[in-house]
Design a protein. Structure first.
Length: 161
């Protein structure tokens, strides 16, 4: 996977970062899998951060944008950021920064995501009945996507009363 000339932590990390942004924790894990010494890994990660080649804030915002494009809500995005080593306030800051920069309305995103998944006829809202079983299926879909109760309720109201 990696070239023979990249048998250093820095070489491996640069190869990875050339493909996409990585969090510090992800890079640490990848380098540890290559059996580099812990001290060498930490030194490498510190140097990459100082040089601006790796930045958790930049990674987080890029990650949030990619997940919004997939129709994911803030709850799931936070969870996935946590899995990638981004914790607490950094998660919230990234989500809020992207939401402000991109003017994301989580309620509208939930509605758009629901409409993409469950194509509906052109009938105006209120003219079709959604059986409780189908409504529950739609609620679960949006909950798994990471939308909160109010966002789900709004999205469902755009499809039916």
């Amino acid at each position: 996977m990696f070239g023979a000339g990249n048998a250093t932590p820095r070489g491996v990390a640069i190869d990875l970062l050339a493909r996409r942004e990585y969090s510090r924790a992800e890079l640490h894990e990848k380098l540890a899998q290559k059996t580099f010494e812990e001290a060498d890994i930490l030194e490498c990660l510190d140097a990459l951060e100082e040089q601006g080649l790796q930045n958790d804030d930049r990674f987080s915002e890029s990650f949030v944008r990619s997940r919004v494009l997939r129709g994911q809500g803030p709850i799931r995005i936070k969870m996935e950021l946590g899995r990638r080593g981004i914790r607490g306030d950094a998660q919230t800051q990234a989500i809020n920064a992207v939401a402000e920069q991109e003017r994301i309305d989580w309620f509208e995103l939930a509605a758009e995501t629901l409409q993409r998944r469950f194509r509906t006829s052109g009938a105006p809202s209120g003219e079709r009945f959604v059986p409780p079983k189908e409504r529950a299926k739609r609620e679960r879909f949006l909950a798994q996507r990471g939308f909160d109760f109010e966002q789900i309720r709004y999205a469902l109201s755009t499809l039916s009363d």
